[in-house]
Structures are given as structure tokens and as C-alpha cells.
Write a protein that binds this ligand. Structure first.
Ligand code: PRE
Length: 366
């Protein structure tokens, strides 16, 4: 074959490439129109039956030289790219997305504003064990000028033989302590049927990592008007995390806070791997406030302070940690909670870092 012939054939290919490109983009425009109609009608974007029909038709008409397998493969790639186009369109309109709302969602918890640029600290025991225990922690929080206390009353535990929490009685204890010390209470709810009961006692409903994709629970949290702290699932991607938040917001509860709590990796020297990159990504992608649970993500007391600083430096709206008057005898997470003197030192060191901002966390005089 002469050089001249090769050039001629390549020119023909260039032309066909252009035609294919134009055809693919014409196809893509139609796909977008179909996507819009499907969105309005609430129909699933992915339609495997339609794809199968199209592939069968194409294979029937195939005269080669591409074999049927290759034709299927090539068109499947086109369908996949088309589906991505429809899903991207959908992503642009997620209610939790910055594209939908440019300004930060600010949540007012009894006068403490979350998400306005001033970071906050949430602290408290892993589980509510007794009135005495919760009151001791609440007093320590108050003395540190904190206003947000966490505490677990319903505990989803890995082993069914581990302490499962005090249930409603635990919520009552939290409420009494919160009222006594002027705090706001955050506690996990695990059963959709408990949402309304929970609203009587808590100021923020927590959805735990293990329930991040419990869609019935998310829907139930979306139907109440109490703010929600949603934790990232153990193995959830950031996209899945935001879709979980969307479940709540799309049901009418716009007061959602996101909480990065570490994800599962092969690393064994921490309980989970703190995905610090999730913080700026979530802040860019979403207008919702973002917290970092430094206790569960690390499982280690010795690195709490640098991880708290990293979270705040990365733009988190706050951090969350576990504090117990006597961690050695705690009924859950005994190894990772810190005692009250350590908490006081932690707060002193964190304040000294200047990452908590001004006008926040003024130390209460005893
Ligand atoms: O026909 C549709 O319903 C489409 O959304 C278009 C299309 C395609 O690219 O042909 C895209 C995704 C679906 O999985 C099936 C088909």
C-alpha cells in the first residue's frame, strides 16, 4: 500500500469519526430529553430491558466485520455513558447540593449556630449508663462552655450480647441532665417507629453509621422537624453519604448535619480510617454542616488532638468526641473514651490552636 493510499483511508476515517461524534452527540441530546421525562414521571433512569431490546435489534442487523460480542460491548459503553449523562443531570439538582443552594445551611440549636463558620464541639459518653454518669459529663461540658452533649440510649452493637443501651429511660436521663445544665442533646435513634417519641427528649436525632442506608429510618427522620446528625456509613462512598442525606431533606427535614466518622480500610492501627479529604469535598459539594467524629474514626485517645486540629483545619463545622467519667468501666467503647481531666486538657490544647475561632467556647468559671 502506497503512502498516498494510507493517507486517503485515514482521511476517510477522520470523516467517519466526525460523523460518529455528531451522531453520538445527537443521541446524547435525545437521551437527556428522555432523562428529563423520566425525572418528571419518577421513572428509573436505568432500563435494562430497553437496553437488552436495543442490543438484540443491533445484533440481528449486524453484518460484520465486528462480531456480535463486540457490537454488544460497544453499544453497552454508549448506554452506560448515556446513563451517566442522565444521572449527572439528576446530581445537579440534589437538594443537599451546593448547586441547589449556594449559602451554608445554618442550624440553630438553642442559640448555638451550626454551620456559620464558627466550629463547635459535641462531647459526651458513648452510652448513657446512669444519671450520675451523665450528670458528671454534662457538668464538665458546661464548665468548658460547650452546649452540645451526645449520649447513646439505643445502641446498635456488633455483638447481640453487648450492652444495648437503656432505651427511652436513657433519653429521659439525657434530657434531665441537659435541662439542668442548659445543654442540647444528641442521641441515636434506630427504629423509625421511635422518631416521634425521640422528639420529646432530644434536640438532635442521630442516625448512626450502621443505619446510614436504612432507608425507612432516613424517611422517618425526614418526616420529623428535629435536626438530624447523619453519620457516614462504614463503607459508604461520599456520593452514597449525600444520597442518604438527600433522603432526609427530600422528605421535608432540611436541618441535616453530616458526620464523617472514619471508613473501613485495611489499616489496623486505627479503628477506622479518618477520611479527612471527605471534609472539604462535602463542604464543596453540599451546603450542609460537616462534623468529624474523632473518637470513632481513630479509636485512639493518643491522636485525638491532632485529628481534631486536622478536621477543623480542613473546614469542619465541628468535632465530636466521647467523654466518660471512668472509661475503664464503661459499658461500651471502654478503650476509646477519654476521662474528664483528659477532656479538659484536650479542650485547653484545642483552644490554644486557635482553630475554634473567637467568640466561641468561652470557659465557664467554676
Ligand atoms: O430509553 C431510555 O429509557 C433511556 O433512558 C435511554 C438509554 C439509552 O442510552 O438508550 C439510557 C439508559 C437506559 O438504561 C436505557 C436506555
Amino acid at each position: 500500500m502506497s503512502e498516498h493510499e494510507l493517507d486517503g483511508l485515514r482521511r476517510k476515517l477522520d470523516e467517519i469519526n466526525l460523523q460518529l461524534l455528531q451522531l453520538l452527540n445527537r443521541r446524547a441530546t435525545l437521551v437527556q430529553e428522555i432523562g428529563e421525562i423520566k425525572k418528571k414521571q419518577g421513572i428509573n433512569k436505568f432500563d435494562p430491558e430497553r437496553e437488552q431490546d436495543m442490543l438484540n435489534q443491533l445484533v440481528k442487523q449486524n453484518q460484520g466485520p465486528f462480531d456480535d460480542q463486540t457490537v454488544r460491548y460497544l453499544f453497552k459503553q454508549i448506554f452506560k455513558a448515556s446513563l451517566d449523562l442522565q444521572i449527572d443531570e439528576q446530581k445537579k439538582t440534589l437538594l443537599v447540593s451546593r448547586k441547589e443552594q449556594a449559602e451554608n445551611t445554618v442550624i440553630n440549636l438553642g442559640g448555638t449556630h451550626i454551620g456559620n463558620g464558627t466550629p463547635h464541639v459535641i462531647a459526651g459518653p458513648c452510652s448513657v449508663e446512669s444519671e450520675e454518669q451523665v450528670f458528671a459529663v454534662a457538668r464538665a461540658l458546661k464548665e468548658q462552655g460547650l452546649t452540645l452533649m451526645r449520649g447513646g440510649a439505643f445502641k446498635p452493637r456488633t455483638s447481640p450480647y453487648d450492652f444495648q443501651g437503656l432505651g427511652e429511660e436513657g433519653l429521659k436521663i439525657l434530657r434531665r441532665a441537659a435541662d439542668e445544665f442548659g445543654l442540647q442533646v444528641i442521641s441515636e435513634i434506630v427504629n423509625p417507629a421511635d422518631m416521634e417519641m425521640a422528639e420529646r427528649y432530644v434536640d438532635v436525632i442521630q442516625i448512626g453509621a450502621r443505619n446510614m442506608q436504612n432507608f425507612e429510618l432516613l424517611k422517618a427522620a425526614g418526616s420529623v422537624r428535629t435536626p438530624v446528625l447523619l453519620k457516614r456509613g462504614l463503607s459508604a462512598t461520599i456520593e452514597e453519604f449525600l444520597f442518604a442525606a438527600e433522603y432526609i431533606v427530600s422528605r421535608g427535614n432540611s436541618q441535616v448535619m453530616l458526620c464523617e466518622r472514619g471508613i473501613r480500610t485495611y489499616e489496623k492501627w486505627t479503628r477506622n480510617t479518618l477520611d479527612i479529604s471527605a471534609v472539604p469535598i462535602l463542604k464543596n459539594e453540599s451546603h450542609l454542616p460537616v462534623f468529624v467524629d474523632i473518637t470513632h474514626s481513630t479509636g485512639r485517645r493518643d491522636i485525638l488532638l491532632p485529628c481534631a486540629k486536622a478536621a477543623l483545619a480542613a473546614g469542619a463545622d465541628g468535632i465530636m468526641l466521647e467523654v466518660h467519667p471512668n472509661p475503664a468501666v464503661a459499658l461500651s467503647d471502654a478503650k476509646q473514651q477519654i476521662d474528664i481531666p483528659s477532656f479538659e486538657t484536650f479542650m485547653k490544647d484545642l483552644r490554644a490552636s486557635n482553630l475554634l475561632g473567637n467568640g466561641n467556647l468561652v470557659l465557664e468559671r467554676r
